[in-house]
Write a protein that binds this ligand. Structure first.
Ligand code: MN3
Length: 212
């Protein structure tokens, strides 16, 4: 999984299919939510970003370049480039299979920094719960190591707007559209369910790619 290769094909961001069935994450994340989230929300960001970047040849399809240079773009690009990148990450790290607890070198780093996995989880849950309104919670690899934090709307730690900057390893969507059909107003329950479908094998892959 290389998110930096989330590149235009024929000058258009490609809308890649979900690698598993919409109902594969049941009962934790329900089919209807997955279908709406993937085919309506995510697809909407893809289409709007393609539209916003039309004619901007300098971009050459590199969304990472756009995010790193985001202050030079308008809000339409900010919201939709963030939306595309964030959802690509999200849909790649949630799966019906895989390790449910940290693995590999990232596991060692998490234990070094947070003491144990349950303390890490507590802090991550708190970041998601305390984000007012819509946004994302992150585990980000920064120059000074791992950081848990959150951002509003579709911002992310690749953007200069983010207080904490680095490469995101985990992105958890806490917009209501990610959980409201099933979890209603109980964001905390959704976050607990998110951890049940979070694939730590993928997160470790991402950590190894990021360190290079
Ligand atoms: Mn979303």
């Amino acid at each position: 999984m290389k998110l930096s290769k989330l590149i235009l094909e024929n000058k258009e961001i490609k809308y890649t299919p979900l690698p598993f069935a919409y109902n594969a994450l049941e009962p934790h994340i329900d089919e209807e939510t997955m279908k709406e989230h993937f085919t309506k929300h995510f697809k909407g960001y893809v289409n709007k970003l393609n539209d916003a970047l039309k004619g901007k040849k300098e971009v050459d399809g590199d969304i990472i370049k756009v995010l790193g240079d985001i202050k030079n773009y308008d809000d339409k690009v900010r919201n939709n480039a963030g939306g595309v990148y964030n959802h690509e990450l999200y849909f790649n790290i949630i799966t019906p299979e895989g390790s449910s607890t940290p693995v590999g070198e990232l596991k060692d780093e998490i234990i070094k920094k947070y003491g144990d996995f349950s303390k890490f989880k507590e802090e991550f849950i708190e970041a998601g719960l305390s984000r007012f309104g819509s946004g994302w919670s992150w585990l980000t690899l920064t120059k000074s190591g791992l950081k848990i934090h959150s951002t509003p709307n579709q911002d992310n730690p690749l953007m200069s707007y983010s207080e904490i900057k680095g490469i995101p390893l985990i992105g958890m969507d806490v917009w209501e559209h990610a959980y409201y059909l099933k979890h209603k107003s109980k964001r905390g329950d959704y976050i607990k369910d998110f951890f049940k479908v979070l694939n730590w094998d993928k997160v470790e892959d991402l950590y190894q790619n990021t360190k290079k």
